[in-house]
Ligand binder design. Structure first.
Ligand SMILES: [Zn+2]
Length: 113
């Protein structure tokens, strides 16, 4: 995949995420109040909580997108962060923000659980 194509896709993702966050925050002004108190979370997510979670997820994804763009600027985009091998193009196309090749990623995922 051409790096310029990848960059364009990432920039589009970033713009999409910006819009998503704006829409979500606009839809539920009450969610602005911030994080709800940590109590028995999970069981009964309110609308605002779900909204907050969606905003959070979008912001986290945006961080990944921005990191990928930064890696492009520094020339390390498409390189596995663990083994430094090139990440196969199909994987990058499927997940432009990925930082690891499949074997390294699955190793990490296993370790985390
Ligand atoms: Zn690797």
């Amino acid at each position: 995949m051409e790096i310029s194509v990848a960059r364009k896709r990432l920039e589009e993702m970033r713009d999409d995420l910006d819009r998503t966050v704006m829409v979500l925050q606009g839809e539920h002004p009450l969610a602005r109040g911030g994080i709800s108190e940590a109590g028995d979370a999970g069981a009964n997510l309110t609308e605002a909580d779900r909204n907050q979670a969606a905003v959070q997820a979008a912001l986290e994804q945006r961080v990944e997108v921005m990191a990928a763009l930064a890696r492009m600027d520094s020339g390390s985009y498409g390189q596995c962060a663990d083994c430094a091998h090139e990440i196969p193009a199909p994987r990058l196309e499927a997940r432009p923000t990925t930082t690891r090749c499949v074997p390294c990623q699955s190793k990490r995922d296993r370790r985390r659980r």
